[in-house]
Design a binder for this molecule. Structure first.
Ligand SMILES: NC(=O)C1=CN([C@@H]2O[C@H](COP(=O)(O)OP(=O)(O)OC[C@H]3O[C@@H](n4cnc5c(N)ncnc54)[C@H](O)[C@@H]3O)[C@@H](O)[C@H]2O)C=CC1
Ligand SMILES: O=P(O)(O)OC[C@H]1O[C@](O)(CO)[C@@H](O)[C@@H]1O
Length: 382
C-alpha cells in the first residue's frame, strides 16, 4: 500500500507517519523543507521518541520525500498511483497544495485508475477535508469533478496528539506524547474498505471533532494566552500557576457543559476526558512553548474556531461562557514578534475594539461583539 502525505512536520512525522507505517504503507512525504526531504530520501527511515519516563523509540521505515516546490510533477505521479492521501500542513496551506492534488486526480482519471481514493486532512479544524475538497474542486473541470464524485473521498478527521517544536541534532527525530487519537468520518469515505489499525471510524465526526477542538485545543490555547498575559513563555511553567490552571478548568467547565448538552456525552466520562487532558498539558517530559500553542491568533479567533464557536453555541443554549470570553480578550494581547498574525493583531487592536472583534471573528451578533469588546477593555486596564 502507498500513501502520499503532505507536511513532513511535527504531526506529519510524529503521528500520521507512525500510523501509516504501522499499517505497512510506503510513505511519500511532500514538503517544501529541503533538509527534511533530503534526509528522508537519504535514510528512508526516521525515529519517533515517546515523551514519557521510558522514552520508548519507534522506527518509521519505508519513507521517502518530494519537495513540491522543486518537483511538483513527481507529486502528481505519486498521487496518480497512491492508495491514500493525507495532509498535516496547516489549515491556511490547504489552498496552496490543492492544485497539485487536483492534477494528481486528473492524472488518475487519464490513466483510467478506478481505485477509490480518500484524501484526509489532519488539521486542527472543523471540516478540514471538506475544505480541501472545495479547494481541489476549484482546479477541476466538470468531467474531473464527475470522476471525483465516483472515486475520490474527502472524509473529515480529528487528530489528537501533542507534538511540540523539535530541537534535536537529528532533523528527522520527533518527540511526541504517548497519547494519540485519530478519528475519521466513515460516512464521507470513498473507500471504506481501507481501514487503518490505530484509527477510529465514526459514522458522524462532528461530536468527536467538537469534543477534541473545544477541550484539547480550547484548553491548550487558554493555558497559552493566560500564561502569556502573566509573563510565561513555556506551557509547562504556566500551568503550574494556579491562576492559569483555574482559568483552564473554568473554560473546560463551560465547553464541557456545552458538549454534554449538545452531544449527550456522559458527564462522568467527560470529566475523566478533561482530567486526562490536563495531565497531558502537565507532562514534564514535553517542553512546549506558549508561542507555538498560541500561534496564529487571528486564525484561532475564527467564527468556527475553538473559542468563538463554543461561545456562540453556549449563548444560543443559555449556557455560561464568561471564562471563554475572558480568554478571548487575552488573545488580543498575544504579542509574539515572530508570529505574523500576532503582529497584525497588535496593529489592529489600536483601533476601536468592537471593529477589531468584528473583523477578526466575523461575528455579526452585536451583543456578543459588545461583550467581547468590553472584556478586552477590562483586560487592557489590568
Ligand atoms: N503539532 C501538533 O501537536 C498537532 C498539529 N495538528 C495540525 O497539523 C498541522 C501541522 O501542524 P504541525 O505539524 O505542528 O506543524 P509543522 O510546522 O511542524 O508542520 C507543517 C509542515 O508543512 C510544511 N509546509 C508548509 N507549507 C507547505 C507547502 N506549501 N507545501 C508543502 N509543505 C508545506 C512545513 O515545511 C512543515 O514541515 C496543523 O494544521 C496543526 O493544527 C494537529 C494535531 C496535533
Ligand atoms: O495547530 P494549532 O491549531 O495552531 O493549535 C496548536 C494545537 O495543536 C496541538 O499541538 C495538538 O492538537 C495542541 O496541543 C495545540 O492546542
Amino acid at each position: 500500500m502507498k500513501a502520499v502525505h503532505f507536511g513532513a512536520g511535527n504531526i506529519g512525522r510524529g503521528f500520521i507517519g507512525e500510523t501509516l507505517a504501522a499499517n505497512d504503507f510506503a510513505i511519500t512525504f511532500v514538503d517544501v523543507n529541503d533538509t527534511i526531504i533530503n534526509e528522508l530520501n537519504k535514510r528512508k527511515e526516521y525515529t519517533i521518541e515517546l515523551a514519557a519516563e521510558e522514552q520508548q523509540k519507534i522506527t518509521v521505515k519505508n519513507v521517502c520525500g518530494i519537495n513540491n516546490g522543486q518537483n511538483p510533477e513527481e507529486v502528481v505521479t505519486a498521487i496518480a498511483h497512491t492508495d491514500l492521501v493525507t495532509t498535516a500542513i496547516g489549515p491556511k496551506i490547504l489552498q496552496f497544495i490543492a492544485p497539485l492534488i487536483a492534477q494528481g486526480i486528473s492524472a488518475r482519471k487519464n490513466a483510467g485508475n478506478e481505485e477509490k481514493l480518500d484524501c484526509i486532512a489532519c488539521e486542527n479544524m472543523i471540516g478540514g477535508s471538506q475544505l480541501l475538497k472545495k479547494e481541489v474542486y476549484q482546479h477541476l473541470n466538470e468531467d474531473e469533478k464527475e470522476y471525483c464524485q465516483h472515486y475520490i473521498g474527502f472524509p473529515n478527521a480529528a487528530v489528537d496528539r501533542i507534538v511540540p517544536l523539535q530541537k534535536h541534532d537529528d532533523p528527522l527525530l520527533v518527540s511526541v506524547e504517548p497519547f494519540k487519537e485519530w478519528i475519521v468520518d466513515e460516512s464521507q469515505m470513498a473507500n471504506p474498505s481501507l481501514k487503518l489499525t490505530g484509527v477510529d471510524y465514526a459514522p458522524d465526526l462532528e461530536p468527536y471533532i467538537e469534543r477534541k477542538l473545544f477541550s484539547v485545543n480550547t484548553g491548550h490555547a487558554t493555558v497559552a494566552y493566560t500564561g502569556k498575559t502573566l509573563g510565561y513563555t513555556d506551557i509547562g511553567e504556566a500551568i503550574k500557576d494556579e491562576r492559569v490552571l483555574n482559568q483552564l478548568k473554568g473554560v473546560l467547565q463551560e465547553t464541557g457543559a456545552l458538549l454534554i448538552a449538545k452531544w449527550h456525552f456522559d458527564p462522568a466520562q467527560h470529566a475523566q476526558y478533561q482530567k486526562k487532558i490536563i495531565q497531558r498539558f502537565e507532562n514534564p517530559y514535553i517542553s512546549d512553548t506558549i508561542a507555538r500553542v498560541g500561534r496564529t491568533p487571528i486564525r484561532k479567533l475564527g467564527y468556527d474556531e475553538r473559542f468563538i464557536r463554543p461561545i456562540r453555541e453556549a449563548k444560543k443554549r443559555g449556557l455560561k461562557y464568561d471564562k471563554l470570553l475572558e480568554t478571548v480578550a487575552k488573545i488580543y494581547q498575544f504579542d509574539v514578534p515572530s508570529d505574523d498574525e500576532s503582529v497584525k493583531l497588535q496593529q489592529l487592536i489600536q483601533n476601536k475594539f468592537a471593529e477589531v472583534v468584528k473583523q477578526t471573528t466575523s461575528l455579526q451578533d452585536q451583543d456578543l461583539i459588545g461583550e467581547i469588546a468590553t472584556q478586552i477593555s477590562a483586560e487592557f486596564k489590568k
